[in-house]
Design a protein. Structure first.
Length: 328
């Protein structure tokens, strides 16, 4: 999965979540005199409300595997730069802009303990294929990587290696005609490579990742914040065939236009992602005695099942309809 694709998948979490809150509350705005309880969306209402189930499902899909893959994709792309025998490299994005990789004295020796690197987005447009995100969105900002320890020649494809590092997203900003999303957060991770199988395994955790959202709406701009807490994930990246198997857990809290929605997300069965699409596995959302389960239902849809208070609601959502939730 490309760095660009997953970066915009992550930004889509914020946009979908803001739309979910607004849609369930009947539009933008909200006033200080509103009843606070009416502004709290509950996952349990998804038993009888397909829109709530759909919105929560879209957020869950992207804030689980999406959050995990953005950080691992950054460091996966970094490996290409540090094994190119050049401390600095630049890649041109298909439509416009570029992405730069600057590593301190890495070169052919690969990353070493104590070294650092920066991956920078320079108005990068056109390299993204992500659910619900405009192909014209421009990405700016940077991600820094500080290596804590390293074993073997990091980036080699012929020998085993591993390293531990701290990765920080610094105002990674996605901008389109319909809104802006700004990502900030630090994760600590370990990445290892098995030369025999050709697989790369990443495990990571983060106390907090935040997304600040400004989204264009008919009634005017809508602002909101998504907080992803207690994030933990693992990803196994295979090359033959190319695929990502992702396990993740986190607590999600969304606030927009005086509304709040919160739930925990886990993957009881690891999900398999290929070319940005969910192909197998199970994503589960839990909140206020409700459980929403999301599974693939063919190449173009997902199945959503919600249970709460002895009731069950079942829906099938087209992938394209989930993309349309954002409207970008």
């Amino acid at each position: 999965m490309s760095l660009y694709r997953t970066s915009r998948s992550f930004g889509a979490v914020a946009l979908i979540a803001a739309t979910a809150v607004l849609g369930a509350c009947g539009g933008g705005g909200g006033s200080a005199s509103s009843n606070a309880s009416s502004n709290v969306l509950k996952l349990s209402t998804a038993v009888q409300s397909e829109p709530v189930a759909k919105y929560a499902g879209a957020v869950g899909i992207l804030s689980g595997p999406g959050v995990a893959t953005i950080y691992t994709s950054v460091v996966q792309s970094l490996l290409t730069g540090v094994t190119s025998d050049a401390a600095n490299s630049t890649k041109v994005c298909p439509t416009s802009g570029s992405i730069s990789i600057a590593a301190q004295s890495a070169g052919s020796a690969g990353l070493q303990s104590g070294e650092s690197a920066t991956v920078g987005f320079n108005q990068c447009v056109g390299q993204v294929s992500a659910p619900g995100v405009s192909a014209s969105a421009a990405i700016t900002g940077s991600v820094t990587v500080q290596v804590q320890s390293a074993q073997g020649k990091v980036g080699s494809t012929t020998a085993d290696w591993s390293y531990t590092a701290v990765e920080t997203a610094n105002a990674v900003t996605l901008t389109s005609s319909n809104g802006t999303t700004v990502l900030n957060g630090t994760v600590t991770f370990t990445m290892s490579y098995d030369a025999t199988t050709g697989t790369t395994t990443t495990t990571a955790s983060a106390p907090t990742v935040t997304l600040a959202v400004t989204k264009a709406a008919a009634s005017g701009n809508v602002t909101g914040t998504i907080t992803v807490s207690s994030l933990a994930y693992s990803r196994v990246h295979g090359t033959d065939p190319t695929s990502d198997t992702v396990s993740t857990s986190a607590s999600i809290n969304v606030q927009a236009s005086d509304a709040v929605i919160a739930f925990d997300v886990t993957t009881p069965t690891p999900v398999v992602v290929s070319d940005g699409n969910l192909e197998a596995g199970e994503i589960q959302l839990t909140s206020d005695n409700a459980v929403e389960t999301i599974t693939p239902a063919g190449a173009t849809s997902v199945a959503i099942s919600v249970s709460a208070n002895g009731q069950v609601g079942s829906y099938t959502e087209a992938v394209d309809s989930l993309k349309a939730v954002i409207g970008t």
